[in-house]
Design a protein around this ligand. Structure first.
Ligand SMILES: CC(C)(COP(=O)(O)OP(=O)(O)OC[C@H]1O[C@@H](n2cnc3c(N)ncnc32)[C@H](O)[C@@H]1OP(=O)(O)O)[C@@H](O)C(=O)NCCC(=O)NCCS
Length: 160
């Protein structure tokens, strides 16, 4: 379901648990929800947020990342062909129960209802099997996508 404003504090808590010092702030998460609420979804168990997915729509064939918290907001355009997964995260205790897959599958439906042609995500190497299990293919490696030592790959799913 689309995230509500009341969900933001729980989303921020999860984001912080998963991303540590790199976590987006509540302010940024709230702004991204406002940017594209149909593409900002939560999964709940017993009314508690256990997973979320943030997306934007843009025209970039090769994704970029900038530290600027407003980066996705300034790039978002509903006429774009690419539905980009900014982040998908599931509570560590709730993983491998299909929650992440359901969030991404729901995003496919959102993309199909719009005019987007493809869904993109940037995956760290260990997470590639997750995206492959959903039908994504690896397009290319993205050296230097983030300034850490990890390898990143552009993953793509064609909607039409
Ligand atoms: C990636 C993530 C969202 C997956 O959520 P999830 O709810 O556990 O995913 P699912 O249960 O739908 O997994 C479906 C399949 O994907 C694969 N998969 C899922 N997580 C995986 C992982 N961490 N490593 C390798 N394969 C994985 C498995 O084949 C899994 O099937 P299985 O559980 O039967 O083995 C979750 O591990 C997470 O929050 N990770 C930290 C944040 C992150 O890296 N996000 C992605 C970058 S934007």
């Amino acid at each position: 379901m689309p995230a509500s404003d009341a969900d933001i504090s729980q989303i921020a808590f999860l984001e912080s648990a998963i991303e540590g010092p790199d976590a987006a702030s509540s302010l940024t998460l709230r702004a991204r929800r406002g940017m594209f609420n149909d593409g900002f979804l939560v999964a709940k168990v017993n009314s508690r947020v256990v997973g979320y997915i943030e997306t934007c729509i843009w025209t970039k064939k090769t994704p970029e990342f900038r530290e600027d918290p407003d980066f996705f907001i300034t790039e978002h355009t509903v006429e774009g062909a690419i539905l980009y997964i900014i982040f998908v995260g599931v509570d560590e205790q709730q993983r491998h129960n299909g929650i992440g897959s359901r969030l991404v599958s729901r995003v496919f439906e959102v993309g199909q209802e719009l005019t987007t042609e493809r869904v993109h995500a940037v995956s760290r190497d260990p997470i590639i099997p997750f995206y492959k299990s959903l039908g994504f293919t690896a397009v290319k490696q993205l050296p230097g996508f983030l300034p850490d030592a990890q390898k990143y790959t552009l993953m793509e799913f064609c909607l039409r």
